[in-house]
Ligand binder design. Structure first.
Ligand code: EPU
Length: 417
């Protein structure tokens, strides 16, 4: 096991790189596969710890699972357990997608409350609301989500208080096996919501409207196994775009979906970065001094909170003052202390970071406090002349496939040590 990601920064990234499959789609689609009455094959999965964690969880539950070279074959027919131990699920947030899917398969589920990155208060009230609206009985006694399909389990209207990604996915996963029509109002619209809905449809589910704020599901139809490839990772794409621009490089990304990147592209253009795209290719070029910007995180199609951290790292050397307002997760500025150790000038006032650009960051030993904080540290280290060591790499390994190899292929001096 490595301890650090070591980066010798100060040189531009140049060349071509392919993006991996979406983490946040993968962690919803893998548990959805257990609703099928025959095996599923899921392709383009990223080689990251969250996917390995799911492989182990499904095997523990009794499924027959094979995972190699980005392809997972899941035969859920042997699943005979509906309880999960804390050690298996504590590592990730998305484990609670097993609540509606185990309930669909076995009638009830007992899943410890989710772990994942500590980026603020992460309640699950809207997931509980979704499941109980369909007639499930749910409690969280003793730190476990206990969910039982009630006698009157069936489709219903569900009004989410906010467009939560997790609650939208959990409600979709519960609705496909709830007889009758479910309508999710104020649904989240992120690309991984659409991908999960497409996967469910490929299994025979009837899901309409994913990607808009109303999703309609006609549930209760049997679901069969399917072959499906997950979409490219929006956040990995964005992280590599930012890394390319921050290093003042020239990088062409392959296998992307440029429309998913529009909010980031708009901000990069505003800073003076050149961004062009054609088909599934995005090219990012930057040189010299970049302009400061103001930015507010929002739900999709707004600027993603998951890219706030790496973009803020890049703004530390823009020419002037940038304002970054975080509206989704209140603790997503913990990493700025680490950026300050590299010479960044950042003040945080409530939910806004005021970033005064400095000429150069200097290298330092820093720690990733969560997954996307890890991305911020990588971007900052690429900009600083000299060697930085980034600790807390378990977070980076959770969500970025072979980031060291990808950056090396672009000329970066990056290695796990
Ligand atoms: N919220 C509630 N109640 C709920 C659910 C959410 O109040 O029941 C609030 C949260 O506190 C937060 C906001 O609603 O303020 C949005 O939370 P959401 O449920 O949308 O987030 P999530 O499903 O927990 C997913 C991603 C996150 C990403 C957010 C926002 C996965 C596995 N995780 O989290 O990804 O930041 O959506 O887009 O899909 C990451 O990849 O690093 C990551 C943290």
């Amino acid at each position: 096991m490595s301890d650090y990601l070591r980066i010798r920064g100060g040189r531009p990234l140049n060349g071509h790189v392919s993006v991996s499959g979406s983490k946040n789609a993968a962690v919803a689609i893998i548990p959805a596969a257990i609703l099928a009455d025959s095996p599923c094959t899921i392709e383009n999965l990223p080689d990251i710890d969250d996917v390995y964690c799911y492989r182990d969880i499904l095997s523990f539950l009794g499924a027959d699972v094979e995972f190699a070279k980005g392809v997972m074959r899941i035969d859920p027919r042997g699943i005979n357990k509906n309880e999960l131990p804390q050690e298996l699920v504590g590592r990730m947030r998305a484990s609670y997608y097993l609540v509606p899917t185990l309930m669909g398969r076995l009638g009830s589920a007992h899943v410890p409350l989710p772990g994942g990155c500590d980026i603020g208060n992460r309640p699950i009230d809207q997931t509980i609301k979704g499941l109980t609206s369909l007639g499930a009985r749910v409690d969280t006694d003793g730190g476990i989500i206990n969910a039982v399909r009630g006698d009157n389990y069936g489709g219903n209207e569900v009004f989410l208080a906010m467009p939560s990604v997790g609650a939208t996915i959990n409600t979709m996963l519960a609705a496909v096996h709830a007889p009758g029509r479910t309508v999710i109002h104020n649904a989240a619209k992120e690309p991984h919501i659409v991908d999960t809905a497409n996967f469910l449809s490929s299994m025979g589910a009837r899901v309409k409207g994913a990607g808009t704020d109303i999703i309609r599901i006609d549930g209760g139809h049997p679901l069969h196994g399917s072959n499906y490839a997950v979409i490219p990772d929006q956040i990995e794409t964005g992280t590599l775009m930012i890394a390319a621009a921050a290093s003042r490089g020239d990088v062409t990304l392959h296998g992307t979906i440029p429309t998913h990147m529009e909010s980031l592209t708009a901000k990069l253009l505003e800073m003076g970065v050149y961004v062009t795209d054609e088909d599934d290719i995005i090219r990012v070029r930057a040189s010299g001094t970049l302009r400061p910007i103001s930015l507010k995180t929002q739900v999709y199609p707004g600027f993603p909170t998951d890219l706030q951290q790496p973009l803020t790292a890049m703004l530390t050397t823009a020419w002037g003052t940038s304002y970054v307002t975080e509206t989704i997760f209140e603790s997503r500025f913990r990493y700025v202390d680490e950026l300050r150790r590299m010479g960044a000038e950042i003040k945080v006032l409530e939910s806004t970071a005021i970033v005064s650009g400095v000429e150069k960051l200097h290298p330092a030993n820093v720690t990733a406090t969560d997954l996307r904080a890890g991305a911020a540290m990588i971007v900052a280290a690429l900009m600083a002349d000299g060697v930085s060591n980034i600790g807390g790499i378990q977070y980076i390994l959770r969500g970025y496939e072979h980031i060291d190899e990808k950056l090396r292929s672009l000329g970066g001096e990056v290695e796990y040590v």
